[in-house]
Design a protein around this ligand. Structure first.
Ligand SMILES: [Zn+2]
Length: 518
């Protein structure tokens, strides 16, 4: 039995309620609306306004969105709460909200990786058809082999290692392409794994496609495809993390034994981009930048060398090499803190020379409270952070800093789910951060590995899971350009171009919607 005095003591410790309890239903409704408004006022999209025409389109969007949510929750097919590789993508592609988002001018993709941002369909067709392409496809699995079945590489005819077969011959075999696709993309088998297991599968994909991505002629064409798929998806700008550093990291080669390192790799990116731009007048306004990256498996001393490479490239290509990042799985690899001296050293060097190299670090891609990388990302003044979601649970002071500094989080919803950090996208921590006023952009990380292209699926997923409206989408699109690493002149031009395309799309949609109603 609880003593009366104990109850009285406990109640005395309760904080004073800031809102008086409303006495009537009318008072209650006013107070309730007040709290809803206060909540909305903190959101990342609070300052965006809609024109009357946009409000009209918003009403259609909300109606389409709610129809999907209502119906799919009723029949059990609601996708955002399920594992991505179980989604019925054919059904989703024909869903009206998806179709609206697919054509919508979405601004920029600010977080993606060079070897996984093009189309896997291109890789399995045109890529495999390229001269000198072989796939490791032994008749019998050899447990001793260090080469993974499904590894794609390029050789001269007289120097093909055992176990490799010409890709153009293999593709004519029944079931080969489907089987190879399973080796170089993630699948629903990962659904039952934890993040460690998911990363193992993921890393296996990069080991298999790595040799092909290092073959310059193949990679050149892969880049052309990368620009194609982004442009076709209503995007104006792309920033890609590209592995590039000391000791041959990111080098490209060809069948004649030529080698491209450092600046020559950057020149390859530029050459591919210029070739793509000049292939159609409609490509004229698309922009592309590179964020030089190394791997978190690098020891701190190598990290300094990689930073030196990145700074030299930034100096030579100031409008093309726009930042630096350290990528790969965070938890088992080096903490950002392990690299802090190298970063501070780089800052000192840059202060002396007047150079700037923004750090766009992958940090906080974790569910682990011991992963304090977000603390370092904030102290190192990253303008944008890759993922950065574990501060939603564990580091409220970091969250405050993000808001004060205006730091942007690059949220990759489907990637986070595929790699088992998040279950239902309804409870993705990005929602908690965005609705509390942290700036976010939506990106796709490694769509090539996940088996899709473009941003439509990620945009669709958060539109459904977070009940986003046109105000949110307009903010996400505009912010992706505003928070890009474009220089001020390019940024102004890009935003103006996007505004024109956005307004035309909205007007066109409104006209069609009116015609259907009439
Ligand atoms: Zn990433």
């Amino acid at each position: 039995m609880v003593k009366r005095s104990t109850i009285f003591f406990s109640m005395a410790l309760l904080p004073t309620l800031s809102l008086a309890v409303p006495k009537t239903k009318r008072e209650y409704d006013v107070a309730r609306q007040h709290l809803l408004d206060a909540n909305r006022a903190r959101s990342f999209d609070a300052n965006t306004t809609l024109t009357p025409l946009e409000q009209e389109v918003d009403a259609h969007l909300v109606s389409m969105r709610n129809a999907y949510i209502r119906q799919s929750k009723a029949d059990g097919s609601y996708a955002p709460e399920k594992y991505f590789h179980t989604w019925n993508l054919t059904d989703i592609r024909s869903e009206p909200t998806f179709q609206f988002l697919d054509g919508l001018p979405k601004g920029a993709n600010l977080h993606t990786h060079s070897g996984s941002t093009g189309s896997v369909d291109w890789l399995l067709t045109e890529g495999l058809a390229m001269e000198g392409c072989y796939v490791y496809w032994p008749d019998k699995e050899d447990p001793e082999s260090k080469i993974l079945t499904g590894t794609i590489a390029f050789f001269k005819e007289d120097s093909v290692p055992e176990g490799y077969f010409r890709a153009s011959a293999l593709v004519s075999q029944d079931g080969f392409t489907q089987e190879l696709r399973r080796y170089i993309t993630s699948t629903k088998d990962i659904a039952d794994m934890d993040s460690t297991g998911a990363w193992k599968v993921f890393d296996g994909v990069f080991v298999r496609i790595g040799p092909a991505m290092a073959h310059r002629p193949f990679y050149f064409n892969y880049l052309l495809n990368t620009f194609d798929v982004h442009f076709a998806n209503g995007l104006n700008h792309l920033e890609t993390r590209a592995l590039l550093g000391a000791q041959g990291l990111g080098d490209l080669t060809d069948l004649d034994g030529n080698r491209w390192s450092g600046r020559d790799v950057i020149l390859t990116y530029q050459e591919a981009f210029e070739a793509w731009k000049s292939s159609s007048p409609s490509h004229a306004n698309f922009t592309f930048k590179v964020i030089v990256s190394n791997s978190r498996s690098a020891p701190p001393r190598k990290h300094m060398e990689d930073l030196d490479v990145a700074m030299a490239l930034r100096k030579e290509f100031p409008d093309f090499v726009v930042g630096f990042d350290s990528v790969s799985e965070e938890d088992p690899h080096h903490r950002t803190l392990d690299y802090v001296e190298a970063f501070l050293n780089a800052n000192e060097k840059m202060q002396e020379s007047g150079l700037t190299l923004p750090f766009f670090l992958h940090d906080g891609e974790s569910q682990d409270r011991n992963n304090t990388n977000m603390i370092d990302a904030v102290l190192l003044d990253c303008p944008r952070i890759g993922h950065g979601f574990n501060d939603a649970f564990y580091f409220p002071a970091v969250r405050d800093e993000l808001k004060t500094k205006g730091t942007v989080l690059e949220i990759n919803p489907i990637s986070n789910q595929v790699l088992r950090y998040v279950g239902s996208l309804e409870s993705h921590p990005g929602a908690s951060l965005a609705f509390d006023g942290v700036n976010i952009v939506i990106a796709n990380d490694d769509p090539g590995v996940f088996g899709y292209t473009g941003l439509s699926y990620d945009w669709w997923a958060v539109t459904m899971a977070w009940y986003l409206d046109l105000r949110s989408l307009k903010t996400l699109a505009k912010n992706s350009l505003l928070f890009s690493a474009l220089n001020p002149t390019e940024k102004a031009a890009s935003i103006e171009q996007w505004e024109q395309e956005w307004n035309a799309y909205i007007a066109n949609f409104a006209e069609k919607a009116t015609a259907i109603i009439v």
